[in-house]
Design a protein around this ligand. Structure first.
Ligand code: GTP
Ligand code: MG
Length: 448
């Protein structure tokens, strides 16, 4: 990824919308943009917006646009940046993009704008990664953690731990350099005490990765039950659209049907399944096999009973086999309640939508109980790369701790402290190889 060239990309997502943004960054951003609009941007002020028209390489007008110039270093990338805001049609964005290419810019690679921001010292690596997380956050907890990371909380924590380790390394080195002075800068106990506290903080951070790694995932929610109980109707009610076919015929759904919903900041993947019953029909048998497999691979099961009739033996058996920790029982068709139906769990009617809000609340409560509520400025590890760096640092520091306990001199241990500092530095982007950088930024979208 060359830093000399001026890069260009559509920064807004594909699809039609109110506005589309074409973003340029690099030494010739202003020059290129001036060729693409009917306005001499070189004469325009920095951080000001101008209204003009975009043209193609033949001078043909493409659209009315707003153009925004941000001169280096006061821009996201630290380079000269120009953003062209046009109307948000896919085709018009593409035409203006082509025009910037004709005028001398080159297409940006995925994540290249953020890579440049990192290279130019505008953001550290942990912050760059948080931008990616922010864009792809599936729920409010993931969004909150990404925001904390973007604000630099993780970087600050790492820097603080590094400072403590630098101090210990410096004192150890000083004791080695001036042994004849007989100076004891820190007693062995003090070393152990200070190192122990760094190790404890790092272990807490490492352990947070379990929460962090599952934070941005969608919860797989399987709708299970006998045929005709209203699984597909409930899926449609939760999705607020006619996603699955609903008929009065038992055995309507044959295959798994998925749909995505967001509930109070939590993302769910709903899976409608074929109703479970004894059958000789081959297609239905396969459908039921898939239903049971979906049940096993889901995070949570909505076990649906039919309130308009008594429960069957098969239903009772199946219910007894479900794990109560990952099951919410729902009695549907509450509008047709049968006196012998033994309603269980939450009562809903997919038909008149009663009880759906209560069910939604139970789903959200279940997730929040699983994750544990994150406090507002909680620093947790989300990226595997960060987790591995902390693990490596801990390995070195554990060696140092054991060494100190065994009475080994600081001169033999200082190298391990430095190795731990080095490993932590990779989180914020010092000492990372180009290969690692390319790996990180290749996951970004073009235009970011
Ligand atoms: N009165 C009433 N009817 C309902 C309710 N929910 C579903 N139904 C009806 O019950 C029948 C079966 O509904 P589906 O949603 O197809 O049931 P299913 O569990 O997906 O059935 P299979 O796909 O065959 O396993 C349809 O006629 C629905 O209109 C409800 O809450 N009240
Ligand atoms: Mg169905």
């Amino acid at each position: 990824m060359s830093e000399k060239k001026t890069i260009t990309a559509i920064a807004t997502p594909p699809g039609d919308g109110g506005v589309g943004i074409i973003r340029l960054s690099g030494p010739n951003a202003v020059l290129v943009a001036s060729k693409v609009v009917l306005f001499d941007l070189k004469k325009g002020d920095t951080h000001k917006v101008y209204f003009t028209k975009a043209v193609d390489c033949n001078g043909e007008v493409l659209d009315e646009v707003l153009i925004f110039k941000m001169c280096s270093p006061r821009s996201f990338t630290g380079e000269d940046v120009v953003e062209i805001q046009c109307h948000g049609g896919q085709l018009i964005c593409k035409k203006i993009l082509e025009s910037t290419l004709d005028a001398g810019a080159v297409p940006a690679l995925p994540g290249e704008f953020t890579l440049r921001a990192f290279m130019n010292g505008k953001i550290d690596l942990a912050k760059a990664e948080s931008i990616q997380m922010l864009i792809h956050a599936k729920n409010s907890s993931a969004l909150m953690v990404a925001k904390n990371q973007l604000e630099g909380h993780l970087s600050e924590k790492i820097l603080h731990l590094q400072e403590q380790l630098f101090y210990l390394a410096a004192v150890m080195e000083a004791s080695v350099d001036y042994p004849e002075e007989g100076l004891e800068f820190l007693s062995n106990e003090e070393y152990l005490d200070q190192l122990g506290s760094v190790i404890k903080s790092l272990k807490r951070l490492r352990d947070s990765f379990f929460t962090g790694s599952t934070l941005n995932t969608s919860t797989k929610l399987c709708l299970l039950g006998a045929p005709n109980v209203g699984k597909s109707s409930l899926l449609n009610a939760l999705m607020q659209k006619e996603r699955a076919i609903v008929t009065p015929i038992a055995g309507t759904t044959r295959d798994l049907i998925e749909g995505e919903i967001q509930l109070f900041g939590h993302h769910f993947t709903l899976i409608d399944t074929a109703g479970i019953r004894q059958t000789d029909e081959v297609i239905e048998q396969e459908g039921i096999r898939r239903s049971l497999s979906a049940k096993d691979s889901s995070d949570l099961v909505l076990f649906i009973l039919d309130g308009s009739r008594p429960r069957t033996l098969i239903e009772t058996e199946l219910l007894n086999k479900t794990d109560p920790a990952k099951t919410i029982v729902v009695t549907n068709k509450s509008d047709l309640m049968h006196p012998g139906s033994e309603p269980k769990g939450v009562l809903v009617s997919a038909k008149n939508l009663s009880g759906i809000d209560l069910l939604q609340k139970l789903l959200v409560d279940w997730i929040e109980n699983q994750n544990g509520k994150l406090s507002k400025d909680e620093v947790i590890l989300v990226q595997k790369r960060h987790f591995e760096a902390v693990e490596t640092a801990l390995d070195f520091l554990d060696t140092v701790y054991l060494g100190l306990e065994a009475g080994i001199g600081g001169e033999l241990l200082v190298m391990d402290i430095k190795a731990a500092i080095h490993s932590l530095a990779t989180i914020i982007g010092r000492n990372v190889t180009e290969e690692v950088l390319n790996q990180i930024f290749s996951h970004f979208c073009v235009g970011k």
